[in-house]
Ligand binder design. Structure first.
Ligand code: GLN
Length: 366
């Protein structure tokens, strides 16, 4: 096999899920909800089956491009639908960077960014967030120092997996200014865009529309991660080429699911689904954070996403899942080297019962 298949190293997320299942562990590892998706999504997909069963255009099912254009105050031509945000990121890296180019990524990072850059032949420059007792901080001077004449793009994730950080307006403006000054593209992974616990955050796209590609995910928004419907919203002039590129990966995303998602995105707004979702996640975040604090753990409370990081001294994730039957993702999955000691990611997109059970089990081993 070609040496590039070194990127085929198995991701820890499915590995941990399998282990959790085998051991009967509470799975706070891989980020997928344990509740079913909203009925309006299931009904819309059922209506689409038998009706929209053949290829969709590579750029996306027209009604979905229109629904997304409304969401992002863009034109349908600015939207390309992908098979999950994972494909969106792959296509973007293939399209924006190549050998000799550098990509700036914040660390800790979602695991997919590094193999995507590697497969594009580009080099990654990491900028590590400072971990202070108050949480993860981005040092703008460190970010600017990482930029060289070879830098092509800056890859950002907000709200951020795994830290739960969310970049505020001042930070986004500083990032947009840096991108302008150094003429960089911005890839903004916003799959958790509806999952924030304070004020609605600004979008990088609105601050630097000419250079920002926003990545999104129906799976994350509508609690159906298996549907594999994602999207890219970006400057109109580049989108036909991106649609062209994604022809050679999966050609098009599943048509009935795109049709179902198109309807469901509108229903979600109409029915106040995201407000209810945020409320329910805020409750679960607080339950988990308070429970872990009561066990004496240091907790970094997230501003968004359904992840929380906390320090659990003396364990590695593999012995912990055996001993406590609670599956977590170790910080090492999100760092290239030298991860902070004792740091784990807890997913709280699980039921309150599961979260309470996990806390009971952890109480026996801390
Ligand atoms: N986004 C999910 C997480 O961080 C996992 C996605 C995946 O398994 N590829 O847990």
């Amino acid at each position: 096999l070609h040496p590039r298949t070194q990127a085929a190293k198995e991701s820890i997320f499915p590995k941990m899920s399998q282990l959790a299942q085998r051991l009967g562990a509470v799975n706070l590892g891989q980020g997928f909800p344990s509740n079913p998706p909203p009925p309006f999504l299931l009904e819309a997909v059922r209506r689409a089956l038998g009706r929209y069963d053949q290829y969709a255009p590579p750029a996306g099912f027209p009604a979905l491009r229109e629904a997304l254009a409304e969401e992002f105050a863009a034109e349908p031509e600015s939207v390309v639908v992908t098979s999950g945000a994972t494909e969106a990121l792959y296509v973007l890296l293939q399209s924006l960077a190549g050998p000799g180019d550098e990509v700036v990524v914040l660390e800790p990072f979602f695991d997919v960014y590094l193999p995507d850059a590697f497969l594009a032949g580009a080099e990654v420059r990491l900028v590590r967030l400072d971990l202070t007792p108050e949480g993860f901080r981005l040092d703008m001077t460190a970010l600017e120092r990482a930029i060289t004449p070879r830098t092509r793009l800056l890859l950002l994730n907000t709200p951020m997996n795994p830290t739960g950080r969310l970049f505020g307006e001042a930070e986004l403006k500083a990032i947009a200014r840096l991108a302008q000054k150094h003429d960089l593209f911005l890839v903004s992974d916003e799959v958790y865009d509806e999952l924030y616990f304070g004020e609605r955050p600004r979008r990088l796209r609105d601050l630097a529309p000419e250079r920002t590609f926003t990545v999104g995910s129906a799976g994350k928004r509508l609690e159906a991660t298996g549907y594999r419907v994602g999207w890219i919203v970006g400057p109109k002039e580049f989108m036909p080429r991106l649609a062209g590129m994604r022809q050679w990966t999966s050609f098009s995303a599943p048509t009935p699911l795109q049709a179902g998602v198109a309807e469901a995105l509108r229903a979600a707004r109409r029915e106040g689904f995201y407000e209810a979702l945020r409320e329910s996640y805020r409750k679960r975040r607080d339950l988990l954070a308070q429970g872990l604090r009561a066990l004496g753990l240091r907790v970094y409370v997230p501003e968004g996403t359904y992840f929380l990081m906390a320090e659990l001294p003396g364990w590695d994730a593999f012995s912990l899942v055996e001993a406590a039957r609670v599956a977590l993702i170790p910080a090492s999955a999100f760092y290239r080297e030298d991860p902070p000691k004792d740091l784990f990611r807890f997913a709280f997109c699980k039921s309150e019962e599961e979260l309470s059970l996990a806390l009971e089990r952890l109480a026996l081993v801390v």
